[in-house]
Design a protein around this ligand. Sequence first.
Ligand code: IPE
Ligand code: IPE
Ligand code: MG
Length: 233
Amino acid sequence: MPQPANAKLPRHIAVIMDGNGRWAKGRGLPRIEGHRAGIESVRAVVTACAERGIGYLTLFAFSTENWKRPKEEVDALMGLLNLYMEQELPTMMAHNVSFHAIGRLGDLHPAVQAKLKQTIAETANNTGLYLTLALNYSGRTEILDAMQRLLDEGAGAVDEAALQARFYDPSLPDPDLLIRTSGEMRVSNFFLWQLAYAELHITPVHWPDFRAGHLNAALEDYAGRERRFGGLG
Ligand code: IPE
Ligand code: IPE
Ligand code: MG
């Protein structure tokens, strides 16, 4: 779907990549095959965002609640995460993508933490798309961790700027567009603070089927929205 040249583009797109399990179930495959297939979608969306000149893309890959899943699924997800970083480094380099992560990263498997550090360092000089994976992330823990830091620093008062400055990555602007795949009408503890005025685009497409054409449909939807931020537009 071609976009008109003057289309309003979001500066920051956030994505809840959902539906891997349902995608696999629909094919009679184990859930993990859905997660594996989702890597293709990540590549397609990262590449398309880089080519479209999107500034920031944040992908919700593992929530603090996802530890409740069976150990085999969690272990497989951590393995795929490492595979993703290893396998996709050339794509990131070719598209000038810098890689980042937010969440309680210290609680991730040590091998994942090491690979994250390595990938962040290897892409640190890239100046194009700012790609962030949200890992062991939840909006509530981010707000709590920021508040704890303020308390530890002995802050006597708090305002929006002070709290935001203590988020996992204070350089991230609020998302303009939130995409959720697989149709659920909820935010599942993602970016609770930052989504205050995000435009929402929820598609029934399962994440492993999501491609550049679906992203273009979301961008077209976004370009047609009237954002008011509580004013009169
Ligand atoms: C999203 O797909 C991936 C993660 C949450 C890690 P799901 O695994 O949640 O797939 P469904 O929602 O069960 O279909
Ligand atoms: C949200 O999806 C988390 C990620 C995409 C990483 P879930 O599948 O965990 O959310 P719920 O359980 O349907 O709300
Ligand atoms: Mg899900």
